[in-house]
Design a binder for this molecule. Structure first.
Ligand SMILES: [Zn+2]
Length: 564
């Protein structure tokens, strides 16, 4: 237990291909950093910012919600028996995930797995309900594939998200239900893919809604496995958007507004994102004007952020330009299956990627406000309002960039995989502050994970931030144990979340699985067999992972989590 694995990515396992990839990746990152404007590379090296997926710079984009209906290869399944067609379609999904997973640097998502595949099977002449056993077998196999295939870059599993919940006809409901049931029953060590349940009034939110039962099935699954998470389509930020157009990546990336078309995620990407280390800027302010008022400190903090953000914008633009000019042959699968909003073969990379987002992220709002004000932002009204105001300030800047450059800039509440520890490690060499004592910075605008605030309070505090973080964000509720049998409580929290402005919600609880006998619960010693060999499954940056493989910052954060 606690073997410290130095992997940058919590999902990694070892293999020779992975070993070779890692050596190449490290070198590629250096080459890319050295090729950039020295001021930009310096900001990254010194830990003011983190350029995510640096090795992919100018080669590919980050993530994509597939436009699966656009050019589905129906011809492939002509003249097949229904059983062959069903197996064939699920094989095709795996093929897509494996290929795209190696053509881009981040996650893949299906916006409406239930509705889209019910339609595809209808078009193929396959009756879903008459073939329920084989569908169940195929969905089970797909889940195991997502969980077990560490073939991406020779070492990592695929970041896959299936959004479900809106389909109300029998076939659609069956697909949602079966995905939830198979995932829920798949055993405690099966914790991928990510499933997102979309909640919408009139469809599944209220007891009279046709799919209310499906929501209850989803909550039961969450109570056992922390999955699904919930996209709250009735929240302030999303309520006026067609819920079928909404989608989310497991890592929380949100792509909605589009300068070049209708709002919605389908066929669109986040192109690139860079996170800014807020505590660093706050520590600088505090060092420069230690005796100034909170007001004055905030004002200098904003100034510093704007300077860093302005340089960050230049890097995002440079990367965007380079990605638009990349070799189109790097995207054979997207070309073949036309998974993007516009046909890449017709409009080229730029014509497609212009629909994507360029995001500036942030981490450690809590620590920054503590440095500037001496208080936790969530215990003091004045500091809370200033914090909200600062996030609004960041968003306003991104909206200005959007106008100025005619590109989809957005503000991302960064999840903090890797950087939460990396930033602290660098900052510790420069500053000595109590906010670094716990060896990680708090995720985006989140309340500290050890706040012990009641769940409803945490939602009410974090909710108002969601509408500003249009590039993606999530609020988590930390529960002390699996909330099995407490759907009522979870329904209540969902209602509070929607009313507070939360657009994406997750429930976390510690999940320990005995390596000897498979018993699960929350324990250091297995209550069934007495073994101390325990696998700990925790959520990291949106996806569930085994804690042994966590990065140092995330490991420390996870240890510090206290229940709400
Ligand atoms: Zn045991």
């Amino acid at each position: 237990m606690n073997k410290q694995n130095k992997n940058d990515n919590a999902a990694n396992r070892k293999s020779y291909v992975g070993h070779v990839f890692n050596i190449g990746e490290k070198q590629e990152k250096e080459i890319i950093l050295n090729s950039l404007n020295p001021e930009w590379a310096k900001l990254h090296r010194e830990g003011y910012i983190h350029i995510h997926d640096l090795d992919a710079y100018g080669l590919t984009y980050n993530c994509l919600t597939f436009d699966i209906l656009n050019a589905f290869p129906y011809d492939r399944f002509k003249n097949l028996e229904p059983e062959e067609t069903i197996v064939g379609v699920f094989d095709f999904i795996k093929e897509l995930l494996a290929k795209i997973g190696n053509e881009q640097s981040g996650g893949m998502s299906f916006a409406n797995f239930d509705k889209d595949f019910a339609l595809i099977f209808k078009n193929l002449g396959v009756k879903v309900l008459q073939n329920h056993a084989i569908f169940k077998a195929c969905i089970r196999s797909l889940i195991l594939w997502c969980n077990n295939m560490h073939t991406r870059m020779g070492q990592t599993s695929y970041y896959v998200t299936f959004c479900i919940g809106l389909g109300t006809n029998n076939a659609e409901r069956f697909l949602s239900y079966t995905l939830l049931e198979c995932f829920g029953c798949a055993g405690d060590l099966i914790y991928k893919p990510n499933i997102v349940f979309k909640i919408k009034g009139g469809i599944n939110r209220f007891p009279d809604d046709l799919n209310f039962d499906l929501l209850q099935t989803a909550l039961l699954c969450t109570a056992r496995k922390m999955i699904p998470t919930y996209l709250l389509c009735d929240c302030d930020a999303d309520k006026n958007i067609n819920p079928e157009k909404l989608s989310i990546m497991g890592c929380r990336t949100r792509v909605v507004d589009d300068l070049f078309g209708e709002a919605g995620a389908i066929g669109r990407s986040n192109i690139d994102n860079i996170s800014i280390n807020l505590p660093r800027l706050a520590l600088e302010v505090d060092k420069e004007i230690p005796d100034a008022s909170f007001e004055e400190k905030i004002s200098l903090f904003k100034e510093k952020w704007r300077h860093v953000a302005s340089v960050t914008k230049d890097i995002l633009l440079d990367r965007y330009e380079k990605t638009c000019n990349a070799d189109i042959d790097l995207f054979p699968t997207i070309r073949q299956y036309k998974l993007t909003i516009e046909d890449i073969n017709k409009v080229g990379l730029r014509g497609t990627f212009k629909h994507g987002t360029l995001s500036i992220g942030f981490i450690g709002l809590s620590e920054s406000m503590e440095v500037l004000s001496g208080k936790k932002y969530w215990v003091d009204d004045e500091v809370y309002n200033k914090s909200l105001n600062f996030v609004k300030y960041m968003r306003t800047y991104l909206d200005e960039l959007k106008k100025q450059y005619n590109l989809n800039f957005s503000l991302l509440a960064t999840s903090g995989e890797y950087i939460s520890g990396r930033f602290v490690e660098i900052d510790k060499k420069l500053y000595n502050s109590p906010v670094m004592k716990k060896d990680y910075y708090t995720n985006s605008f989140h309340v500290d994970v050890d706040s012990r605030l009641p769940a409803y309070k945490k939602l009410e505090l974090e909710g108002p931030f969601h509408i500003f973080a249009n590039g993606g964000c999530i609020s988590y509720i930390e529960l002390s144990e699996a909330p099995i049998g407490n759907n009522e409580g979870l329904n209540e929290l969902i209602e509070i979340a929607i009313k507070s402005g939360v657009h994406y919600l997750g429930f976390n609880f510690p999940k320990d699985v005995c390596k000897e006998c498979g018993a699960s619960g929350t324990f250091d010693v297995c209550p069934a067999c007495g073994s101390k060999e325990i696998t700990r499954i925790r959520r990291v940056s949106g996806y569930l992972e085994i804690q042994d493989y966590f990065t140092k910052g995330k490991m420390n954060e996870s240890k510090n989590r206290k229940t709400n």
